[in-house]
Design a binder for this molecule. Structure first.
Ligand code: GDP
Ligand code: MG
Length: 167
């Protein structure tokens, strides 16, 4: 079984790093802007089923909107990510969620909210209360992650895959 997962959110929240970490076990400090769309695969075994996650990495910048939108259409699960230190990325969560929903033709796919860079909690631009309120309002499960410290990354994708298999 193959599950296509798109990871969306503003630029520099850690989408590409998250995919690299999860699929390749590495973290790189430098920021390389994603151009258009890229993807990596991760084989998993869930409830004695072989599942292949196809992780689509999309550019957060508006200039690539037309390219990235086409990829949302085939998505079977979605991660909406924002950064602990970037308030604008938090405020953009609903916009990203809607973009994916619109392209998926109203069929609801499993989605989770990811607050990345929790290793930088001391520079936080959001409060836990507002993050929880948003998650509740959007009816999304929240995962707090650090790609840098490798916290909670596996759980995000494990959850989505399980959700999909059980659906
Ligand atoms: P994208 O534009 O969403 O794909 O973001 P990138 O994956 O390119 O990451 C943007 C920058 O944030 C890079 O310099 C990463 O090294 C850094 N970064 C990503 N995740 C984390 C994290 O959990 N903690 C910290 N401190 N930096 C991170
Ligand atoms: Mg990127």
């Amino acid at each position: 079984m193959q599950v296509v997962v798109v990871i969306v959110g503003n630029g520099a929240v850690g989408k590409s790093s998250m995919i690299q970490r999860y699929c390749r076990g590495v973290f790189t400090k430098g920021y390389k802007k994603t151009i258009g769309v890229d993807f990596l695969e991760k084989p998993l075994r869930i409830l004695s089923q072989d599942v292949r996650l196809m992780l689509w990495d999309t550019a957060g910048q508006e200039e690539f909107d037309a390219i990235t939108k086409a990829y949302y259409r085939g998505a079977q699960a979605c991660v909406v990510a924002f950064s602990t230190t970037d308030r604008a990325s938090f405020q953009a969560v609903k916009k990203w969620r809607k973009k994916v929903e619109d392209e998926c033709g109203g069929s609801s796919i499993p989605m989770v909210l990811v607050q990345n860079k929790i290793d930088l909690m001391h520079q936080s631009a959001v409060t836990n209360e507002e993050v929880e309120a948003l998650a509740q309002e959007c009816n999304m499960r929240i995962y707090r992650t650090s790609v840098k410290e490798d916290i909670n990354i596996c759980n995000v994708f494990q959850h989505l895959a399980e959700n999909y298999v059980n659906q």
